[in-house]
Design a protein around this ligand. Structure first.
Ligand code: ZN
Length: 76
């Protein structure tokens, strides 16, 4: 299960969120959707699978599993 770390632009709250499909996570503090996936989260998923990016097939993105519109790790 991919759990990503996000940073909220509105209240500067950092939180972890389990992302399924194309869901856009909300900040648990202010309910804003203006959140950015942290760079370390993207890299961790890729390395953690030992080269076999299992989650990549689930998302049409250069960043495996990335569904955010403002991911600072892959530019999406
Ligand atoms: Zn927030």
């Amino acid at each position: 299960m991919p759990i990503y770390e996000y940073h909220c632009d509105k209240c500067n709250h950092n939180f972890e969120c389990l992302v399924l499909g194309s869901d856009q996570p909300e900040c648990p503090s202010c309910n804003s959707k203006e959140v950015n996936k942290l760079i370390s989260a993207c890299g961790f998923i890729t390395k953690g699978t030992g080269g076999e990016t299992v989650s990549r097939s689930a998302a049409n993105s250069s960043c495996s599993g990335c569904t955010a519109t403002s991911c600072s790790g892959c530019g999406h």
